[in-house]
Design a protein around this ligand. Sequence first.
Ligand code: BYC
Length: 321
Amino acid sequence: MTIQDVDEDELRARFDATIENHDRVEARDWMPQGYRATLVRQIAQHAHSEIIGMQPEGNWLTRAPSLRRKAILLAKVQDEAGHGLYLYSACETLGVTRDELTARLLAGAQKYSSIFNYPTLTYADVGAIGWLVDGAAICNQVPLCRTSYGPYGRAMIRICKEESFHQRQGYELLAAMMRGTDEQRAMVQESVDRFWWPALMMFGPPDDDSPNTAQSMAWGIKRHTNDELRQRMVDMTVPQAEALGVTLPDPELRWNEERGSYDFGSPDWDEFWAVLKGDGPCNAQRLAHRRRAWEDGAWVREAAMAFAAAQSEEAQYEEAW
Ligand code: BYC
């Protein structure tokens, strides 16, 4: 056995102990290659989702029904950009650059959340996204604040605080529409009908069809399985739907006294896998828009780099004097 082998065993033992004790792994620490690759995959996918997720809601910025609604929506869409940036930064601590991650997304080698491949057809969709999509995001992301990788967990703490404002603004918008005209109430119901199942798909495939869950749970990257979080979302949302006065489009939805949870139907998993393969209603449009924004923004990135280089040169010159 070489000295290098001994070191590697010791490093691995230290890593295993960190995971077992629910401590944080930090960027400087040794970690198995698979752990690093899984984090890059999940955090990058999460970051891409935040940035691509700006598109469906950004679609309504110029057509918000009032100044108040426009200010709220602007703030929310800007928050999503911020979330993307925290997450890209967390991912960069693992040794990949933001440029590489974006290139992988544009080449189709990395994913973003399936939910953003659905269109936003009415202003009620802004409310449904806030209530259901951000609601699902909160269920999924609050446990990620305790994920085993420090930079990811710390980014999630701030993101979750903002997500809770996002969810409330969506609920408040829908509640205002439900107090309005019959047309507005119908618009809310129609939107909820379209977003309910795609929101449940955000949690990923059923546990039996989820190739990554077992290892990600063993490493403390994920703290709950996809199905556990989906159940939590249903249990949280049903009373809110009752308070709003909307019907969730699932005839199988009913309280199960024994389990202390709601039973519910199964999302259309064929549709889910088709959306992941690129065949959702908006996949091509979302990626084309992202590609255009990346290319159009090249001069800004170059100018910022040139400015930073000039500043550092100036600082060195002053130091030398
Ligand atoms: N969409 O083994 P599994 C937001 C993929 S942003 C697309 O269960 P894992 C917001 C999965 O990647 C919310 N792909 O995977 C923003 C894997 O494929 P690869 C984004 C999905 O990683 C703006 C394969 O299916 N949230 O809220 O253990 C405005 C097998 O799945 C999806 C996050 O990213 C999906 N829905 O679990 C408003 C949360 N589901 O990568 C709101 C962080 C699965 O092997 N991520 N896949 O090719 C996670 O918690 C986990 O990655 C997942 C999937 C639960 C999503």
